[in-house]
Design a protein around this ligand. Structure first.
Ligand SMILES: [Zn+2]
Length: 183
């Protein structure tokens, strides 16, 4: 597998810890970690406790997003604690994480090594909740307006939202009679 980070090195089998199997880049030293391998290791190491962390998605950094070495799909950049600059690249499609060279050590030093799977689980649940909310609204509008009108108004809305004269157009659209001097 080609390295998603430096794109010149190759990923080869190695061990991040005893019995913690990963793929390490022979160019930049970054590590490709499958969550299942992490969980196997963690089960043997209860001393790496889970601590509560604040997970947010770093959308500003989308340009620098890496592609998953396994699926080729975009990976999400997750910011895992406010007080550090940790970012981990998460491939939800494969269940893998990219850790830059030295990042595992940083996670261990900040006591976050035991929280990796929970971080990903939380992010995953957050996405599911958002998706559910969106689906719920969609269903509510569809029921309220009926299929035909809902599809029509969605197209109109999208056009209006991105239009530079949207407030004037909206006023025109909603005016009782835009050709009359009376209001
Ligand atoms: Zn590399």
């Amino acid at each position: 597998m080609e390295c998603p980070k430096c794109q010149t090195g190759n990923l080869t089998l190695s061990y991040l810890e005893l019995f913690f199997c990963v793929q390490t880049c022979n160019g930049c030293g970054g590590n490709w970690v499958l969550i299942e391998d992490y969980v196997k290791w963690k089960d043997q190491h209860p001393e790496y406790a889970y601590i509560d962390v604040d997970v947010t998605e770093d959308l500003d950094d989308a340009v620098k997003a890496l592609l998953c070495p396994s699926s080729g799909l975009i990976m999400r950049k997750l910011k895992i604690a406010k007080e550090t600059s940790h970012r981990i690249d998460y491939s939800a499609s494969v269940g893998g994480v990219w850790l830059d060279n030295g990042e595992w050590q940083l996670l261990k030093n900040s006591g976050l090594a035991g929280s990796l799977n929970t971080i990903l689980t939380e992010h995953w649940q957050l996405k599911i909740r958002e998706q559910r909310t969106e689906d719920t609204f969609d269903m509510l509008y569809r029921t309220k307006f009926g299929d035909e009108d809902y599809d029509k108004v969605k197209v109109l809305r999208e056009w209006l939202q991105s239009h530079p004269q949207k407030s004037d157009l909206r006023a025109f659209l909603l005016a009782q009679d835009p050709y009359s001097v009376k209001r």
